[in-house]
Design a protein around this ligand. Structure first.
Ligand SMILES: Cc1cc2nc3c(=O)[nH]c(=O)nc-3n(C[C@H](O)[C@H](O)[C@H](O)COP(=O)(O)OP(=O)(O)OC[C@H]3O[C@@H](n4cnc5c(N)ncnc54)[C@H](O)[C@@H]3O)c2cc1C
Length: 362
């Protein structure tokens, strides 16, 4: 007879960590599977250093429960205001160690690393087995709807023309502040005149250090650094470790759920009777040239995400969180930030646990 788990969570980024911990805390035996060697996903491994989507436009937490708990545990400072939004700076190594700590300290929760999703059995409208385990419910937190893909369930794709990838790396020894749009414009203008793709710089918790998101190719980064050192004041001694460079993909694949969250829901701050998460992050689009544009919600407004956007339309025991929730391209361009992934992950964990506990098959 094969082993059984109540809930299998595929992926251990922001969404998967929250989903696994919350499902297990609800009393269900839960197993996280990830093809990587350790938990963290994009938030832990791509060099990103700001948690977005945690706050409203006054800097107040939007979601309590695990989202708040994780943010408080990773925080080393108060949130920082960047233009119209608040973000929380963090260190990726702390994000990873916190993820490991939450997983190992939670009863009923296990994990298997270097374990890609495999051998998914779909029978009678439900997923009955995967990776050799009998399962009661599955939460797809893979960022790319891997579970849905494996069983041929309907998906929606984002597109690289509005969600372009970026090369993320750390830039150290920058001897000038880049706190305002004018500071940033000065650097960008120099780069643009020299023919480089856009570069986005965000201050990190380390002194004189920035997280760089470059819209060009990874192979162009050494040339970019040489140019900055020779031509831009304050960057004369800037350094990066090419080993830490990652190409991170904003675009993913979403699963069609019982409700598809729309861009209009986001922009009008729509509320739902079955709401399970809140978000106020703008619709953030990165075009193919790597230029970002923001559509901000009206002041003081947030939108809600309904439980139906976390439940697959035609697979009774499939739930989803993070980048894979049921959402239009414009809506996921807001809801994909990590604060929101934590919130949908936590909600999906609780919804899946409720489903399993009420299932006659348990
Ligand atoms: C360039 C870039 C910059 C960004 N900047 C920010 C920012 O500053 N702040 C912010 O809040 N957000 C930012 N984001 C968005 C945010 O980081 C992601 O949308 C979010 O982290 C996604 O979380 P997730 O848990 O849904 O998925 P992921 O973090 O992608 O986790 C998915 C996990 O699933 C695993 N997996 C995938 N396929 C399989 C499989 N077949 N079997 C087993 N495991 C599998 C992966 O290994 C991974 O660990 C940025 C994104 C990009 C690309």
């Amino acid at each position: 007879m094969s082993a059984r788990v109540d809930i299998a969570v595929i992926g251990s980024g922001a969404a998967g960590i929250a989903a696994g911990v919350c499902a297990a805390r609800s009393g269900c035996s839960t197993l996280i599977l990830d093809s990587r060697a350790a938990p963290g996903g994009i938030g832990g491994f791509s060099g990103i250093t700001t948690l977005c989507g945690l706050y409203d436009d006054a800097g107040k937490f939007l979601n309590d429960g695990f989202t708040h708990e994780f943010a408080q545990a990773v925080a080393e400072s108060l949130p920082v205001k960047m233009g119209k939004v608040f973000v929380l700076p963090y260190r990726p190594k702390n994000f990873r160690s916190l993820a490991e700590k939450f997983i190992s300290n939670t009863s009923h929760l296990g994990a298997q690393w270097k374990t890609p999703l495999a051998d998914v059995v779909f029978d009678g409208g439900r997923i009955t087995r995967l990776n050799g385990f009998e399962v009661g419910a599955v939460i797809d937190c893979s960022g790319a709807a891997e579970v849905a893909k494996a069983i041929g369930a309907e998906t929606l794709a984002t597109d690289e023309t509005t969600q372009a990838s970026a090369v993320v790396f750390t830039l150290c020894n920058v001897r000038r502040p880049i706190a305002t749009a004018a500071d940033m414009a000065h650097v960008l203008l120099r780069l643009a005149r020299a023919g480089f793709a856009p570069l986005n710089l965000q201050a990190s918790l380390e002194p004189d250090t920035f997280t760089a998101k470059f819209a060009g190719r990874a192979a162009q980064v050494p040339e970019l650094i040489t140019f900055l050192r020779a031509n831009v004041r304050g960057f004369e001694e800037c350094l990066t470790s090419l080993d830490d460079m990652t190409t991170a993909h904003r675009a993913g694949r979403m699963i069609v759920g019982q409700y598809v969250l729309t861009g209009q829901d986001v922009m009008t701050g729509r509320k739902f009777p079955d709401a399970v998460a809140r978000c106020a992050w703008p619709i953030e689009q990165w075009n193919a040239a790597g230029v970002v544009s923001f559509q901000f919600l009206p002041p003081g407004i947030h939108y809600q995400i309904p439980a139906r956007s976390l439940r697959a339309a035609h697979v009774a025991n499939l739930f989803m969180a993070g980048k894979t929730i049921s959402a239009e391209v414009d809506a996921i361009a807001s809801a994909r930030v990590m604060g929101c992934c934590l919130a949908t992950g936590a909600a999906a964990g609780i919804l899946a646990a409720d489903y399993v506990k009420s299932s006659p098959l348990r």
